[in-house]
Design a binder for this molecule. Structure first.
Ligand SMILES: Nc1nc2c(c(=O)[nH]1)N[C@H]1C(S)=C(S)[C@@H](COP(=O)(O)O)O[C@H]1N2
Ligand SMILES: [Mo]
Length: 339
């Protein structure tokens, strides 16, 4: 694909000039692309992210995929943010079980799609459950939400996730009132995840990767279990078949490829906190006022079609811009000490 058509097909706000590209030629070109996909018009039955993102799929000359998950758009989260191209969402990843370089997960997860799978939900619940791979897509209605993902390393993306709220799952199993925290654990299987048996590849983390939330955080309507993105099942590198997404916290809280969820009465250990407690706390709320000991958290780079260094830094927002939903949770907490 030549440079010109690339510019044409990628809607983006990081390049103001591209906003002017609304000529008839551009329109015709879009129509041609759509008819190649068997879509003569931008169908309203397609998830919005796919409508907006369908052109992005041509970035890096990736073969486009049409949404196959039965998902409905939650328009509450369709803000002004420009979606990160699928090609970037699936090739710039942190998933240390597959290696620490950003391209390791996409390269090393090629044969991993999460099938077969077992997810257990147990502990202080009324009705513990074990879900199989197929259950993950049918037990609850799927919805699509565009969320900002802010990594503690000061880069960010905007990703249309498909899934259901964690509160829906927790309500389904029934939360015992002794439950104060929710503990999450990634599947432990060194045959699938080479980083779990090779210390260097795995970045020194003690596996399985574990994470946790307070019960109030877990029940917050923003807290999401993703089984897909851009309308398709998650690829291995993004945490197939099911991962957590907590958009107001640094990305490392959004644990991938979850095998166990346990409701507990004590604060559970979390992997990055275990590795470097002075750098990564339990809360890990996005906070431009509390710097990482080794870098500023005041701003970030939003990854665009051109990759990490193609964009200017933008200011980081308190709670990643989700304060209206979550600020209440932290009213009596000193966020400098509880970082
Ligand atoms: N099991 C597991 N989950 C993980 C990680 C990991 O290394 N292992 N990395 C985290 C980090 S640091 C980030 S920023 C996000 C990245 O998600 P993405 O690659 O799908 O964008 O996943 C998080 N979940
Ligand atoms: Mo991260």
């Amino acid at each position: 694909m030549n440079k010109k058509s690339k510019q044409v097909v990628i809607p983006q706000s990081w390049n103001e000039a591209d906003k002017q590209l609304t000529s008839e030629a551009v329109f015709k070109q879009r129509r041609n692309i759509l008819s190649l996909l068997g879509l003569t018009a931008v169908s309203t039955s397609l998830p919005g992210a796919v409508q907006a993102g369908i052109f992005d799929l041509f970035d890096d000359e990736k073969v486009p995929v049409v949404a196959n998950l039965n998902t409905s758009i939650n328009t509450q989260f369709n803000g002004k943010d420009v979606l990160t191209p699928l090609a970037k969402v699936t090739t710039h990843n942190n998933f240390y079980e597959f290696g620490t370089a950003k391209t390791d997960p996409s390269e090393n997860a090629k044969n991993f799609n999460g099938d077969p799978w077992t997810l257990t939900v147990s502990g202080l619940v009324d009705k513990p459950i074990t879900l199989g791979y197929d259950d993950l897509y049918k037990i609850f209605a799927l919805e699509q939400r565009n969320y900002r993902l802010r990594c503690v390393e000061a880069w960010s993306m905007v990703i249309p996730w498909d899934g259901f709220s964690l509160a829906t799952l927790l309500s389904y199993v029934g939360v015992n009132n002794k439950a104060k925290y929710v503990a999450f654990e990634t599947r432990y299987d060194p045959e699938i995840f080479p980083g779990q048996k090779n210390k260097l590849l795995g970045g020194g983390i003690h596996y399985p990767y574990v994470e946790g939330l307070t019960i109030e955080e877990a029940m917050n309507p923003l807290t999401f279990m993703a089984v897909g993105l851009y309308g398709n099942k998650l690829l291995g590198q993004n945490g197939a078949p099911i991962r957590l997404v907590v958009p107001w916290k640094y990305g490392f809280k959004s644990i991938k490829s979850i095998a166990h969820i346990r409701l507990v009465d004590k604060q559970p250990p979390t992997s990055w906190n275990q590795l470097a407690p002075h750098e990564y706390g339990f809360y890990a709320n996005v906070n431009p006022q509390v710097d990482h000991p080794r870098w500023s958290q005041a701003s970030e780079r939003r990854i665009g079609p051109g990759g990490l260094f193609s964009t200017k830094r933008i200011p980081t927002q308190m709670f990643n811009g989700y304060g209206e939903w979550v600020a209440d949770l932290y009213q009596n907490i000193d966020l400098t000490r509880n970082f």
